[in-house]
Design a protein around this ligand. Structure first.
Ligand code: MN
Ligand code: MN
Length: 317
């Protein structure tokens, strides 16, 4: 029986920020074990993307741009690294020539992570990866609530005839009973659609849809207080598609839509999950080739760190 190790990110005072390992926050790369509480895991998939590709490079680039993150969340008081054993557990060895096999590989990989009682925080990858993750999570937790931030509902029945694509994961998740409709909230939806009632399908499953226009000019802290109340104590998964944010803040993504959320609102959403029973999360759809300034990856790395900070076991100062 090993004792728990509280791994720390490598400090910028020990090794320059632009050097050192390429892990998330320059944490140790650690093999899965029962002693670990949280694992950052990369899923380098973009073969389910409908427009601009490149999300396969997301895990590497987001890890790289996470190098500026320091351990304490000065804004919220969260002290994750002295509360939990947190490490980078590497990437899922997907099959980039075969989406169907890739989806199976991801599910098996997450089965294994969850068998070790490790909370997965996923660095994507396009949004197709959320389906196999939810399949694995359902086996452990049953139907979960979801905080889904996105420009898109991702509830298409198919794309180009394919049932698995980055615009279908929540359709499949609802159909398979992986998620609990009444505890699903989709925030930031907007843009043009194939149907004037684009969001009716989600709503018919019981989900709450908060369109981007309802968020404009506002703090989202009151919305999150309402959601905390309605979502209750059951398990909740966070799925954050970076295109939920406005392309002004997050241009490096495959299917950009104007009029999106601000960075402040993204932070308010994730910070507003404190108090919920968060059992995992992902940050998807960052496409580094379209991210000339690298700001998209900087924002993505910060949002993943904020997800870490709202895990129920984290101490606050
Ligand atoms: Mn999406
Ligand atoms: Mn999207």
């Amino acid at each position: 029986m090993q004792t728990k190790k509280y791994y720390q990110p490598l400090s910028g005072n020990e090794m320059p920020r632009f050097a050192g390992s390429g892990t998330f926050m320059r944490l140790p790369a650690v093999a899965l074990s029962k002693d670990l509480d949280v694992g950052f895991v990369g899923v380098p998939v973009d073969i389910a993307t409908s427009n601009r590709p490149g999300a396969r490079f997301g895990p590497k680039e987001i890890r790289d741009e996470s190098r500026m993150l320091r351990p304490f969340n000065v804004s919220t008081g969260a002290d994750p690294f002295n509360s939990l054993s947190i490490a980078d557990i590497g990437d899922v060895p997907i099959n980039t020539f075969n989406l169907e096999k890739t989806i199976e590989i991801i599910e098996q990989h997450y089965d294994n992570i969850l068998a070790h009682d490790v909370i997965p925080l996923t660095i994507g990858g396009d949004h197709s990866i959320t389906l196999p993750i939810l399949r694995a999570i359902h086996k452990k937790h049953g139907p979960v609530g979801v905080i889904h931030v996105d420009a898109h509902a991702d509830t298409n029945d198919h794309m180009f005839g394919e049932k698995i694509a980055h615009g279908t994961p929540f359709r499949r998740a609802f159909e398979e009973g992986l998620i609990d409709g009444k505890r699903v909230v989709q925030i930031g939806l907007r843009g043009t659609g194939y149907d004037p009632d684009e969001y009716c399908w989600s709503q018919a499953q019981g989900a709450r849809v908060v369109q981007a226009e309802e968020c404009w000019y506002k703090s989202l802290a009151p919305l999150m207080a309402e959601i905390r109340e309605s979502i209750g104590d059951g398990p909740v998964y966070i799925s954050f598609d970076i295109d939920g944010l406005d392309p002004a803040y997050a241009p490096g993504t495959g299917t950009a839509e104007v009029g999106g959320l601000t960075v402040h609102q993204g932070l308010e959403i994730v910070r507003g999950c404190k108090g919920m029973n968060i059992i995992g999360g992902d940050l998807v759809e960052v496409s580094p080739p379209y991210d000339v300034s690298k700001n998209t990856s900087v924002v993505a790395a910060n949002l993943l760190y904020e997800m870490l900070c709202v895990l129920p076991q984290v101490n606050y100062r």
